[in-house]
Design a protein around this ligand. Structure first.
Ligand code: CP
Ligand code: NVA
Length: 307
């Protein structure tokens, strides 16, 4: 049996494969909008393992799999043996014998990597402490839909150097764009944790206004990610000046977009005026999770389809 392809971090797909995925996303999205049946994954099953909460990721994978003719099974650590200390490798052996792909949302990246090493089927990262590759697939697809190629553009990341930020930085290497990052002191990007080969495609700014200046896209995320709740109060104080507001959007390009992976906290990392304003594309971004992931599932299970 050939080793399966996985999507554990953004760089697991080459530029040419990502471009294929985007072309397929356009086809798949149009078919969905026309209510046209497209069932290439009939009789295929996706198992979704969640160790953290989710709305978009669960829904987009579950609905997406059904729309492709397959089915999706939800497992959480709360009500399976996964939460009772069964070794990850044993779980991977068993689960991957009963399905065609596995999506996992968990804590350390090492958990999903161990799972993938023992899995007979493709494993997809649905968010770890380090990365959120499916999110950035949707985000870049959304940027391209609204503004064309992202190559050579500048993305401003304001806030925590978290899983979503790390994935933007990896994607910038692959697609050839720049990221201006501004985090509070003590929360800077760690290139090794971000899994970066280079550091010349991003720049760190002490002042978030400087990071936003001239950017084509301004994006942010919650101040406290899942799993770090005990730091909530400290983070609220540290991040108080890292809020995307109208003034910050004014410093960016006149047609700059605003994105947020959601869920958002209005009045913390972003003002209501920005996220609910004309530059915000957060609803398209959320919807595109489903279309891009359907293309990803098609690619991982069937290879390059061109019909
Ligand atoms: N953006 C995102 O992954 O959302 P959920 O946590 O709701 O899945
Ligand atoms: N950085 C956030 C993203 C949620 C989709 C978290 O990990 O909680």
């Amino acid at each position: 049996m050939n080793a399966p392809r996985h999507f554990l971090q953004f760089r697991d797909l080459a530029l040419e494969e990502l471009e294929h995925l985007f072309a397929r996303t356009r086809v798949i999205k149009e078919r969905f909008k026309r209510y046209e049946r497209y069932w290439p994954l009939a009789d295929r099953t996706l198992v979704m393992i969640f160790e953290k909460a989710s709305t978009r990721t669960r829904l987009s994978f579950e609905a997406g799999m059904q729309q492709l003719g397959g089915s999706a099974i939800f497992l959480s650590t709360k009500d399976s043996q996964l939460g009772r200390g069964e070794p990850v490798e044993d779980a991977a052996q068993v689960i991957s014998r009963m399905c065609d792909a596995v999506m996992i949302r968990t804590f350390e990246q090492s958990i999903i990597e161990r799972f993938a090493r023992s899995s007979r089927v493709p494993v997809i990262n649905g968010l770890t402490n380090e990365y959120h590759p499916c999110q950035i697939l949707a985000d870049i697809f959304t940027y391209v839909e609204h503004r064309g190629s992202i190559r050579g553009r500048t993305v401003a990341w304001i806030g925590d150097s978290n899983n979503v930020c790390n994935t933007w930085l990896q994607a910038a290497e692959v697609f050839g764009f720049n990221v201006h990052v501004s985090t509070p002191p003590g929360y800077e990007v760690e290139p090794e944790r971000a899994g970066l080969y280079r550091t010349d495609h991003y720049e760190q700014f002490a002042d978030p206004m400087d990071a936003a200046r001239g950017a084509h896209l301004v994006t942010t995320d919650v101040w406290t990610s899942m799993g770090f709740e005990s730091e909530n109060e400290t983070r609220r104080r540290a991040f108080a000046d890292w809020q995307v507001d109208v003034e910050m959007m004014r410093a960016a390009q006149p047609d700059a977009l605003f994105m947020h992976c959601l869920p958002a906290h209005r009045g913390e990392e972003v003002t209501a005026e920005v996220i609910d304003g004309p530059r915000s594309v957060v609803w398209d971004e959320a919807e595109n999770r489903m279309h891009t992931q359907k293309a990803l599932l098609e690619f991982l299970l069937l290879g390059k389809v061109n019909d």
